[in-house]
Design a protein around this ligand. Structure first.
Ligand code: PAN
Ligand code: ZN
Length: 192
């Protein structure tokens, strides 16, 4: 078969320190202003908006265009808090509900919250070397509970798509907050 009729293999390099991928489609930057309404302590969030810190960046590796293939990307989630809530990603489920995903933690410390539509939560600690298999239908969010960037590598189906609406509206049933002795999981009283 003629190789020119096939999707072409792609090569990229991952910088393990920075979490960047050089052959990157288009870096996504999420600042605090992109997550308005996501944190419980709105007063604290408003006060931080002047600086509008970067919460995370996503580096999607260039795709070969295979629609039923896989997408690959890294996420770099900065350390910090809004009130007592750690910096976190928006969180989403996949538009193609049954689409799963794998996260592989490269560095830093954090949590991955996976949650069903009914609010059943599974929280796992993320640290260098942990692999997280997220089955289809589970919404997922990552939280940086450490003092350095949380960097992880992700692989998901190219046709998965992202559904942010449900999480934006109702949040996650569980929150990860900074307690006296470190991260604590608490019930989200505003969860609807
Ligand atoms: C990840 C996430 C990334 C950013 O690549 O998209 O960590 O999180 P949000 O998309 O929730 O802002 C992934 O889960 N892709 O499917
Ligand atoms: Zn995902």
């Amino acid at each position: 078969m003629n190789a020119t009729n096939l999707f072409q293999p792609i090569l990229a390099n991952l910088d393990f320190e920075q979490g960047t991928i050089d052959n990157c489609e288009q870096m996504i930057v999420r600042r605090l202003s992109d997550l308005q309404g996501y944190f419980q302590d709105d007063e604290a969030a408003q006060a931080m908006l002047e600086d509008d810190p970067v919460l995370y960046r996503v580096y999607p590796m260039k795709s070969c265009g295979e629609e039923t293939g896989l997408l690959v990307g890294t996420s770099v989630l900065e350390p910090g808090c809004v009130g007592n809530e750690y910096f976190m990603t928006k969180g989403h489920s996949h538009l193609l509900e049954e689409a799963p995903e794998v996260y592989f933690t490269l560095s830093g410390e954090g949590m991955i919250l996976t949650e069903t539509a009914d609010g059943d939560t599974v929280a796992q600690k993320m640290e260098k070397g942990t692999i997280h298999y997220i089955p289809g239908k589970w919404a997922h969010r990552t939280i940086n509970t450490g003092a350095v960037p949380l960097i992880f590598f992700a692989v998901w189906p190219a046709n998965a798509g992202h559904n942010y609406g449900a999480i934006k509206n109702k949040g996650f049933a569980t929150l990860v907050v900074k307690g006296e002795d470190g991260p604590e999981l608490i019930k989200n009283l505003n969860y609807s």
